[in-house]
Write a protein that binds this ligand. Sequence first.
Ligand code: DX5
Ligand code: ZN
Length: 227
Amino acid sequence: MKFINKIKVAPSILSADYADLKNEIEKVKTAGADMLHVDVMDGHFVPNITLGAPVVKCIKKATDVPFDVHLMISEPLKYIDDFCKAGADIITFHTECDSPIDETIDRILANGVKASLTVKPKTPVEDIFPYLDKLSMVLIMTVEPGFGGQSFMEDMMPKVSALRKEIERRGLDCEIEVDGGINENTIAIAAKAGADVFVSGNAIFSSADRKGTIEKFKKIAEENYCK
Ligand code: DX5
Ligand code: ZN
């Protein structure tokens, strides 16, 4: 493979103990997290509510780990400036949202933050292709967004492969992230298809040995990447 990005693991704080968020973040950082995946849900775009920019701003002060903010909200454009100011390093939003996609990407980039797009399982990955040149990352959802602890959808892997092919065809420097149901078994499948950034909530936060789990994830992903 021509373009081999660094394998990254991004623990999702959706599965963290919110009463002890600062320590939880420090612990996963020490355990080897490359980014912190922050799931933002509005109870409208998805049937769950989590947190907003004020919380991101507070936890940002507690750590220097990059923030990978996943917006599962209907009108991301309205909140881009808030999340950028709060400390997002990369922002992912959904093509299925109600905001204009180009304008939303441009607003993220104008704030000096990296932009990323994602699709729900039923949406074709080709919907992202027109925007690919501006993106640092694309997220392929491997569960229906809304909740942690769901099962990995292996039938999303053709999307990852198609995206990997398109990124290489165009010679772009764009990472492919997968999110949902990632564990020691499913990470190999996603890496084989061409993913290089792995979100994991339940598997990391429920592990008694988070460092060991993250190390194992990286090793398995590296061994299987694009094989
Ligand atoms: C689901 C979220 C995911 C979720 C992943 O809507 O986007 O980030 O927290 O959690 P696990 O790894 O437990 O499936
Ligand atoms: Zn997520």
